[in-house]
Design a protein around this ligand. Structure first.
Ligand code: PMP
Length: 331
C-alpha cells in the first residue's frame, strides 16, 4: 500500500501538544485557559472516563472522516452510566461539539479526539457511591496522530505476568481511567523485558486483550478472538474488523476463550484498536508467528480497513462522519 504522509496537519501554527483550542463544558476555549485547581486532580482518576477516537484525513476529498463517532459517543455514555455520572450532553450534542472543535482547529491530518468526563470539583472517595448520578465536567481535545496503516509495523509481544482486571474487579468493558493502571503495569513489564507490548490473561487464564487493544489470531483460515465476556473492552475496532473479515474476505470468525499457546502456533496474530488500528504481532513470548512479518490475511484486512476509515468505501459511510471541513473551505 502506498501511503501519503498524514503527519502534516492542522493550522500552520499548530503545536501537537498545545492545539489552539479545546472544548470544555459546552464551548470551545483557548487551550491555555483550560485550568483547574490542583486539589481537584486528587481523586479524579478513580471515576473519570474517556474515549479515544481516530479521525482520518482524506487528501483527495479535503475532508476529515471521524471513525465511528456515534459508536464511541454511545460507549462514552455507557461508561458514564457505569460510573454513576450524570450525562449532561446527548450523543447529538457531543457530536456537534467534536465537529465544532475540529473545524475551529482547521484540522488537515489524522487526528486523535479525546473526550474526558470527570467528577465536578474532582470528586472524592464518596462520589459515585451514591444512588443519584453525580455531576461531571467534560472536555474534548483533538491532537495530530498520524495513522501507521500501510507502514508495515510489526511488534513483539509477551504474555504478561499480570492478570487482566475483570467484571467483578474493575469492569474492563468501559473506559475508566483507573482501569489503565492494569494496562500500564503490563506494558511496563513488557518494555522492561524487551518486548513492544503485552497480552494479558484474564482470571480464567485465557487471553483477554492487550494494554490498549484487542487481539485476533488466524489459524487454518479461521479468525479467532476472545469474546466480550473474556475481560475485554467492548472494542469498536474489534466489532468493525469482525464484520469486515466476514463480509469482505468471507472468513469464518469465532469469538471464544483463547489459550496462550494457541497464539504461539497461530498462522497470524494482530492487535486491533483505535490506536493499534491493525497491528501485526510478529512474535509472542519469542515464538515467531508465521514468518515473523505481516501475514497475508492481516495485510488484506489492513488494506480494506485503511480504505474504509479514510472514507474511500462509501458503502461503509455509516461508520464515519465527515467533519465538514471541505464544505467549510468552499463556503
Ligand atoms: N482494549 C483496551 C484496554 C483499550 O484501551 C482499547 C482502546 N480503546 C481497546 C481494547 C480497543 O478498543 P477500540 O477498538 O474501541 O479502540
Amino acid at each position: 500500500m502506498t501511503e501519503t504522509n498524514h503527519a502534516q496537519s492542522f493550522a500552520p501554527d499548530f503545536d501537537r501538544n498545545t492545539p489552539a483550542y479545546l472544548w470544555w463544558n459546552g464551548k470551545c476555549i483557548p487551550w491555555n485557559s483550560a485550568t483547574v485547581h490542583l486539589t481537584t486532580t486528587f481523586w479524579t482518576g478513580v471515576t473519570a472516563i474517556f474515549e479515544g477516537i481516530m479521525s482520518y484525513w482524506n487528501e483527495d476529498d479535503g475532508e476529515l472522516y471521524i471513525w465511528q463517532l456515534d459508536a464511541h459517543l454511545r460507549r462514552l455514555l455507557r461508561s458514564q452510566k457505569l460510573m454513576r455520572q450524570a450525562s449532561p450532553y446527548s450523543v447529538e450534542e457531543l457530536t456537534a461539539a467534536v465537529l465544532e472543535l475540529v473545524r475551529l482547529l482547521e484540522v488537515r491530518g489524522d487526528t486523535y479526539i479525546f473526550p474526558f468526563c470527570y467528577p465536578q470539583g474532582g470528586g472524592n472517595f464518596e462520589s459515585s457511591t451514591r444512588l443519584e448520578p453525580q455531576p461531571v465536567e467534560i472536555s474534548i481535545t483533538a491532537r495530530p496522530n498520524p495513522s501507521h496503516l500501510g507502514l508495515d509495523w510489526v511488534r513483539s509481544a509477551c504474555v504478561s505476568s499480570y492478570t487482566r482486571i475483570s467484571d467483578n474487579v474493575m469492569p474492563p468493558r468501559v473506559k475508566n481511567i483507573a482501569n489503565y493502571r492494569n494496562s500500564n503495569l503490563a506494558m511496563a513489564e513488557a518494555h522492561i523485558n524487551g518486548y513492544d507490548t503485552a497480552l494479558i490473561l484474564n482470571p480464567q487464564g485465557k487471553i483477554a486483550e492487550g494494554p490498549g487493544s484487542c487481539v485476533m489470531l488466524l489459524r487454518d483460515g479461521v479468525l479467532v478472538t476472545p469474546s466480550g465476556t473474556e475481560s475485554i473492552l467492548e472494542s469498536i475496532t474489534r466489532a468493525a474488523v469482525i464484520e469486515l473479515a466476514r463480509r469482505e474476505l468471507g472468513l469464518e470468525v469465532v469469538e471464544r476463550p483463547v489459550d496462550r499457546t494457541e497464539l504461539y502456533v497461530a498462522d497470524e496474530v494482530f492487535m486491533v484498536g483505535t490506536a493499534a488500528e491493525i497491528l501485526t504481532i510478529g512474535s509472542v513470548d519469542r515464538y515467531t508467528i508465521g514468518d515473523g512479518g505481516m501475514g497475508p490475511v492481516t495485510r488484506k484486512l489492513e488494506k480494506i480497513f485503511h480504505d474504509v476509515v479514510r472514507g474511500k468505501r462509501p458503502e461503509y459511510a455509516h461508520w464515519y462522519t465527515p467533519a465538514g471541513l471541505s464544505a467549510a473551505r468552499r463556503g
